[in-house]
Design a protein around this ligand. Structure first.
Ligand code: AAT
Length: 295
């Protein structure tokens, strides 16, 4: 009848503990917390895991939502399958960030990928995923995955020219350790380590967030690559529920030549991605077209 306490299995959402992500000084998103599971301060950020009644287990970094059991599939499928199904034959893939393992899990569904290298700055994220997110950590434990703990900016700078077919920037927001992963200088280095025909796919925040300069980040991508496209998708637990990613390449169009044979096999295993979604994800509303008009 009364509040049972946040650690109780049948906690009532009317009472107890709530998590709130403050997107800015005006807008926030909240979840009822069933149980807090983990909280550590790493040298880079605060890492928390909790069980929510609405979205299952949740990973936050410095209090910001990174992934939830319920909707992580949208982000991880789109950031991975779109570039991998446009590239003719992706053999070597680099994931920067993504320490939860979700992107690796999707990348390694592609049998043509011989090795997927992950460069995550914070080992505490990898450890938390292994302990609390077994469905994501399958990617980290995959025999064709190679985990490197270090700064993605340095890793890219030190990688040989033409080393990767696809680079996926699965990074945090452009604050804290993630800042360098949105700069033009970084994207130029990414271009250097891509083999001919290479593609970069980068997490690019919500088009609704006016405090984040989307045109600047897409502009930085455009400094390095001849064709840059914005892709959008719906992720309920991320700010505004509406997300964008940047697809950049010197030669590839993001959906005119999808490898349909491989895509048909992949779409049998996915919960969000399918060939229609792939094509439709590049259809942008006018307010976003306008934001990117000068890119
Ligand atoms: N897979 C979806 C979750 C993320 S996590 C992004 C990861 O990038 C984090 O684990 C963070 O530690 C790592 N990271 C941040 N900066 C660097 C860096 N310089 N080098 C390598 N890894 C880094 C993405 C969330 C999307 C944003 C949601 N608001």
């Amino acid at each position: 009848p009364y509040a049972l306490g946040a650690d109780s299995d049948n906690a009532s959402p009317s009472f107890d503990l709530w998590y709130q992500e403050r997107h800015n000084d005006e807008i926030s998103f909240g979840l009822h917390v069933k149980k807090t599971l983990h909280s550590v301060q790493s040298p880079f950020q605060r890492v928390d895991v909790f069980e929510s009644t609405g979205f299952g287990r949740v990973l936050t970094l410095d209090g910001l939502m990174m992934c939830s059991d319920r909707d992580e599939f949208v982000y991880h499928e789109m950031i991975s399958h779109v570039p991998l199904l446009v590239h003719r034959k992706p053999r070597r893939v680099l994931v920067i960030g993504g320490g939860d393992g979700g992107t690796l899990r999707e990348v390694l569904r592609h049998d043509c990928v011989e090795e997927a290298v992950l460069c995550e700055i914070d080992s505490e994220v990898v450890d938390a995923a292994r302990q609390y997110f077994p469905a994501l950590a399958v990617g980290l434990n995959h025999p064709r995955a190679k985990i490197h703990i270090g700064d993605g900016v340095e890793f890219v700078k030190n990688s040989p020219k033409g080393e990767f077919d696809v680079v996926i920037v699965d990074s945090t927001d452009p604050i804290g350790p993630g800042v360098g992963l949105f700069s033009g200088e970084f994207y130029n280095q990414v271009k250097r380590i891509l083999a001919p025909g290479g593609i970069v796919m980068a997490q690019c925040e919500s088009p609704w967030e006016n405090k984040f300069d989307l045109a600047k980040v897409y502009g930085n991508l455009k400094e390095a690559f001849t064709s840059v496209y914005s892709m959008v998708g719906t992720i309920p637990s991320y700010p505004y529920g509406y997300w964008s990613w940047g697809f950049a390449s010197d030669v590839q169009h993001p959906f005119e030549k999808i490898d349909l044979e491989r895509a048909k096999a992949i779409e049998k295993t996915t919960k969000y991605y399918n060939i229609d979604i792939h094509r439709g994800a590049f259809a942008l509303p006018n307010f976003l077209r306008q934001k990117l008009a000068h890119v």
